[in-house]
Design a protein around this ligand. Structure first.
Ligand code: SF4
Ligand code: SF4
Length: 353
């Protein structure tokens, strides 16, 4: 296990001030009755400690929605070197940390993406424990415990936070504030274990994910894909909300002034009609059934490449964001496995929105 310390809840104000000394702090903030978003906070009272999932996952801080890669004129081409000050990302739950770990793997793969890596190296990521709602299924995907993607992780116990220190950046932060932390003792570790046992028992949405890759291979022609694809609006909602969707488009924006221009990268979606269109013109995935199957394969099987792993981390964002009520991954997997669906009807989901 990681090295561990504890922080008294009564010392959280001082802890938060220490985070502010590191840099701007971003944390989940309530933005509507049911919605949360990672936003800058300057007071601890602004943080929504009970947020289950934010609208967009933390990838937005590292793989930004829209960024300039280079600028050019008739004489020069200059790469944009983004100025990134140190910042803190507070309140990241285990599924989102697993998502960050997967996107880290993608964008650090040589040749590493310098824009992503620079932002990643500037951040102190502070994980935070949570309890699942009925759409969470990280347990089925094996991403329900903090493992990667964080520097320190706080588990909320009765009077204290139990803190796991993952790496040197996390250790440097802890060691810079010795007055705030205590060595963990056996009683703390027992309470910590009990928290995670209780959390484990709280999941409503679940399936046996051990055979998921084989199921995706075997059920490629299952009728479920026609059923779902024919109801898909190709709106693309399911991809920006996913912590592990990392596709982008790159295009040039020429200026009318003196040969100047700019190269832009922005988020793209494999659910858009033109995503797989190539010169010819030919579209490799012309219909919503093809596109939905492709996306599900990436999430539940993985591409046959260097990162050949399922990339769904069970956050439930696509389930709550799909206007057609079809990105219900738990039920799709159960249908593919030939099991009864467990669940939440479309009517229930619409009522929640
Ligand atoms: S596929 Fe859906 S549930 Fe899985 S990680 Fe992406 S948004 Fe979350
Ligand atoms: S959110 Fe739903 S309707 Fe929109 S593209 Fe994804 S699956 Fe289709």
């Amino acid at each position: 296990m990681d090295k561990t310390v504890t922080l008294k809840k009564s010392d959280f104000e001082a802890f938060f001030k220490a985070l502010l000394n590191f840099g701007k702090v971003y944390a989940p903030v309530r933005v509507s009755k049911q919605s949360f978003s990672f936003k800058e906070v300057t007071k601890k009272e602004e943080i929504a400690y009970d947020a289950v999932r934010t609208i967009l996952p933390p990838k937005k801080f590292f793989f930004t929605q829209h960024e300039s890669l280079l600028k050019y004129d008739s004489e020069n081409i200059e790469e944009v070197d983004p100025k990134i000050d140190p910042f803190v990302l507070f309140g990241v739950h285990p599924c989102d940390l697993a998502g960050l770990g997967i996107v880290d793997q993608i964008y650090s793969h040589e040749p590493a993406d310098p824009y992503y890596m620079k932002r990643r190296d500037s951040a102190l990521v502070v994980g935070f424990s949570c309890m699942p709602d009925k759409h969470c299924f990280c347990k089925a995907m094996g991403t329900d415990k903090p493992d990667k993607g964080y520097d320190i992780f706080l588990t909320a116990l009765a009077d204290d936070y139990f803190i796991q220190i993952k790496n040197e950046r996390g250790a440097a932060f802890i060691h810079a504030h010795p007055e705030l932390f205590q060595e963990s003792v056996d009683g703390d570790r027992e309470s910590f274990k009990q928290f995670w046992l209780d959390r484990d028992a709280a999941f409503e949405a679940d399936f046996d994910g051990s055979n998921i890759k084989a199921v995706m291979d075997m059920e490629w022609d299952n009728e479920v894909w026609e059923d779902l694809g024919n109801r898909c609006l190709s709106c693309g909602n399911c991809t920006p909300v996913c912590p592990t969707c990392y596709c982008f488009d790159v295009y040039d924006v020429p200026s009318l002034h003196d040969g100047e221009g700019e190269r832009i990268r922005e988020w793209d979606s494999c659910q858009f009609v033109g995503f797989a269109k190539v010169a010819g013109p030919h579209n490799f995935r012309p219909g919503p059934v093809d596109r939905l199957k492709f996306w599900y394969r990436h999430k539940l099987h993985g591409f046959d490449d260097g990162v050949d792993i399922p990339t769904c981390v069970g956050c439930g964002r696509c389930t709550v964001s799909c206007p057609s009520g079809i990105d219900d991954i738990v039920n799709v997997v159960l249908r593919l496995q030939g099991k009864e669906s467990i669940l939440i009807s479309d009517k229930d989901k619409n009522a929640e929105k």
